[in-house]
Write a protein that binds this ligand. Structure first.
Ligand SMILES: Nc1ncnc2c1ncn2[C@@H]1O[C@H](COP(=O)(O)OP(=O)(O)OP(=O)(O)O)[C@@H](O)[C@H]1O
Ligand SMILES: [Mg+2]
Length: 484
């Protein structure tokens, strides 16, 4: 049998690679990965869109490449994914830089300089040329205004690499207008948020690197709010997988009452509180997945304070099904039980803080000490907090009261619930259990009659009941019911 060669055609392959599924955020993160792997301490992203220029460049002061290395690096599949890599290498597949760039642009120019070399070497892929010739022709020079402008910013750097994306046809899809410019810069602002999350562990600490967008430094966004006293930190756990150890470290974030509106908004993160709960999967300190329960649990409101750091190394890429874009991961089946247990514990702890209005919970304490004070209910389309009537202390106290005193205590608890500040302000979408109007009138009437029995005048009792938001507008119905 004589095997025949079937070499892929350049034009269709490169055009298909454009649709691997990168977003602006994931594409830029993939290019920055390479700068971090090259030990850069400063990375500058320059974004230009005006009437003369439109490009994005990423320049770093990492160890750079010589001409042969750069030529190899520009090939699709420049390295074999199964080859071992250094423990801190953020790459795996040998295609990230090219596919990330092509998903945004049609012209990729890379210039690089090794320490001690005088000249910069460069290579250019131009998709229009590849589509025209159907050949993998890689150029070694460029004189476009975009490249010249980008290069001028590189200046006299002793070493480093500059990656320039020109002909941004997938990013700039509109004509130059005020609205289009506004939308464009909004996307760049979103990208900044994403990068401050994905690289936050590189952006802080003693050996922090600095990343700038058009000269503005990106600040790290720590999903775990480690600097907050009210954040609860669980003990680290280690899960074993094929002789490797995976570190899981759970945090329960502070109740929103402990944060200002601005702090609360910021802590929510790029996706918001609900979306950003769950496991944060890091590969060599670089965030791959920002908040997931791996389809084992649902994301829900009370669970939104739980965030768990999960640390993987590059040696686990295949077990965890890390994708080319470094934006998804799935645990191997042998770890699912351990992961589910950690997830449940964290969700439960989050639920308690969420309903507890921020009271500290000691994870080592007995379950009965953790009985929630407040329970959530949904009444007339509003979220409403009720005192947990089965709390052990309350049950104990009631057991020592006579029937009359117990009734008075219940009436008082109803007043506390009705006038609790969070019940006046908290509203929200409710599913399922909205009470029937009749039941609500019954409960308002019986509450009113409890107040009368407790010594309130008819008029005062009615006024009190009507001040409670869920009973608003029920005056006539209550009067009829009680025949006041
Ligand atoms: N900024 C840079 N500085 C130094 N070398 C670089 C830089 N960018 C890319 N390279 C070299 O180019 C190679 C190819 O990069 P590319 O992103 O395509 O693949 P990768 O990083 O090896 O793997 P992955 O596809 O997982 O990202 C890298 O392995 C690295 O050797
Ligand atoms: Mg890479």
């Amino acid at each position: 049998m004589n095997p025949k060669l079937a070499i892929p055609d350049a034009a269709p392959l490169v055009l298909s690679l454009r649709s691997v599924g990168y977003t602006l955020e994931t594409a830029l993160a993939d290019i920055i990965d390479n700068s971090i792997t090259a030990k850069a301490t400063e990375i500058n992203i320059d974004v230009k869109w005006n009437k003369e220029l439109n490009y994005i460049s990423v320049r770093d002061n990492g160890y750079g490449m010589n001409e042969a290395q750069l030529h190899q690096a520009m090939k699709i599949g420049s390295k074999n994914p199964v080859d071992p890599r250094n423990h801190d290498d953020l790459g795996r597949f040998g295609i990230g830089m090219k596919t990330a760039a092509f998903s945004l642009c049609k012209r990729l120019t890379v210039g690089s300089k090794l320490l001690g070399s005088n000249a910069m070497c460069m290579r250019v892929w131009d998709i229009d040329k590849i589509a025209e010739t159907n050949r993998w022709e890689l150029f070694d020079g460029s004189s476009t205004p975009d490249w010249k402008d980008a290069l001028s910013r590189f200046g006299n750097c002793e070493q480093g690499t500059i990656v320039v994306l020109e002909k941004l046809d997938r990013l700039i899809t509109e004509n130059y207008s005020d609205q289009a410019i506004g939308r464009f810069w909004q996307r760049i602002a979103d990208m900044e948020k994403h990068l401050s999350m994905v690289f936050h562990r590189f952006l802080s600490g003693v050996q922090a690197i600095a990343i700038f967008i058009n000269g503005k430094k990106i600040e790290p966004w720590d999903p775990f709010m480690r600097n907050w006293l009210a954040t609860q930190e669980f003990r680290e756990e280690f899960l074993e997988c094929n002789g490797e150890s995976i570190r899981a470290h759970a945090f329960i974030l502070p109740h929103h009452s402990k944060l200002s509106v601005k702090e609360y908004d910021e802590a929510g993160g790029p996706g918001g509180w609900l979306e950003q709960q769950g496991f944060y999967v890091y590969r060599n300190k670089r965030l791959i997945v920002p908040g997931t329960w791996f389809k084992m649990l649902r994301k829900n409101e009370p669970g939104q304070l739980a965030r768990i750091q999960l640390d993987l190394t590059g040696d686990m890429d295949f077990e965890w099904k890390i994708d080319v874009k470094k934006s998804s991961a799935a645990p191997p089946s042998t770890l699912r039980e351990g992961i589910r247990r950690i997830a449940r514990t964290a969700q439960e702890a989050s639920r308690k803080v969420y309903y507890y209005r921020g009271a500290a919970i000691n994870q080592q304490s007995k379950a009965e000490d953790n009985d929630a004070i407040w329970e959530q209910a949904s009444i007339r389309g509003r979220t409403f907090f009720r005192i947990n009537r089965s709390h052990a202390l309350l049950k104990d106290a009631k057991a020592q009261l006579n029937a009359d005193a117990e009734k008075k205590l219940n009436t008082f608890l109803s007043l506390v619930e009705g006038f609790a500040p969070m019940n006046a302000s908290l509203t929200g979408p409710v599913s399922g259990e909205a009470n029937q109007e009749n039941e609500l009138i019954d409960s308002a009437a019986s509450f009113c009659s409890d107040l009368i029995n407790a010594g309130y005048s008819k008029c005062e009792a009615l006024r009190k009941v009507l001040q409670i938001s869920i009973y608003e507008g029920m005056a006539e119905a209550i009067e009829n019911k009680l025949q006041l």
